[in-house]
Design a protein around this ligand. Structure first.
Ligand code: SN0
Length: 316
């Protein structure tokens, strides 16, 4: 596998979920596979789970890891071809990606959207700059529009906790004070569409996700209605795609409350974290027995491990 940036890069998502679950039951089985190989983790944005879980996955496979905070510790990169670099940017992605490829056998990149220009964000300028100019495989550690490692961990978590063959999963928009990417929601929908689920999305008017991603998925505008019989509630805020980057106002009743969870079929609560308590979700929900957030985070290790194995073995 040369690139892991969305579900489209995977030949058999089911197989990758199974590999990740197998690794979870035997994390050190392949502790020699990555010997003398180096993973480079490049962060343009903050991270806790992604940074530590991917590092842990690499360690379980015997790899060395180099972590670099590109925004604070490195030169300001230029991504546009042909630009005259007489202003802020100091190094072109052409050299930077080629140089990092001399030091690393696999590169992971985290980058958020700018929210200035939807077309530019959705063209994935930063991630694709690395894909184009690096000579080694690239893993998205969350890009402007996708977070595939999170979705892989989420699919593992659902697989482990489902009690019926075709569970009902509701992706619910939730309030947030800041403009957040659509990345987690986009990826979740893409991966959940591939599974045997009754998938429903609920969001306020004006928070429709990109049409080709949600194509064929039921959208219910009333959150309480959507929650009926749900086995899993996946909460996530995203800013508007239509009115790009706009946040919701006066929508605090979209917070996941114990009353809302009571409508579900003893539904499990899921969130990718970090989460703003009592804005996104009430304490009593995230602290309940039905909350899966810590297991989702644990599964991030094995999601990353499965992807690294595919890359180290040069398999699809
Ligand atoms: C990111 C997001 O995509 O929504 C990362 C999630 C894995 N979340 C945030 O940036 C939250 C920041 C905040 O201010 O709460």
């Amino acid at each position: 596998m040369k690139k892991f940036s969305s579900i489209e890069d995977i030949e058999a998502p089911e197989g990758l979920i199974k590999l990740a679950l197998d690794q979870k039951s035997n994390p050190h089985e392949l502790s020699q596979l990555g010997k003398n190989k180096t993973l480079g983790l490049l962060f343009f944005n903050p991270s806790l789970r992604t940074r530590m879980s991917t590092q842990k996955a690499a360690m379980n496979l015997g790899m060395d890891v180099i972590v670099m905070n590109l925004n604070s510790d490195s030169w300001t990169l230029e991504f546009e071809d042909g630009s005259t670099m007489n202003s802020e940017s100091q190094e072109h992605i052409r050299e930077a990606a080629a140089v990092i490829s001399q030091y690393c056998d696999i590169i992971g990149v985290r980058t958020f959207p700018s929210f200035n220009d939807r077309e530019e964000d959705y063209s994935e300028v930063v991630l694709n700059g690395f894909v184009k100019h690096a000579s080694v495989p690239i893993i998205s550690l969350e890009s402007a529009t996708r977070h595939p490692l999170q979705s892989l961990a989420d699919m593992m978590t659902i697989e482990e906790h489902k009690v019926k063959k075709k569970p009902k999963i509701v992706l619910s928009w939730v309030p947030h004070p800041k403009a957040l990417p659509q990345a987690v929601a986009n990826s979740f929908v893409e991966w959940a569409k591939e599974g045997d689920f009754d998938l429903v999305i609920t969001h306020p008017n004006g928070f429709e996700l990109e049409g080709s991603i949600t194509n064929g998925v039921e959208v219910v505008s009333d959150q309480a209605e959507a929650f009926k019989d749900a086995d899993f509630i996946y909460a996530k805020n995203w800013s508007s795609y239509e009115d790009y980057g706009k946040i919701g106002e006066d929508l605090n009743d979209w917070m996941i409350s114990p009353e809302r969870m009571a409508i579900t079929n003893q539904g499990k609560f899921m969130h990718c974290l970090p989460v703003r308590r009592n804005v996104v979700v009430h304490d009593d929900v995230i602290d309940s027995q039905n909350s899966l957030v810590i297991e989702q985070a644990e599964n991030r290790i094995y999601a990353a491990q499965a992807v690294l194995i595919k890359m180290l073995n040069d398999e699809n």
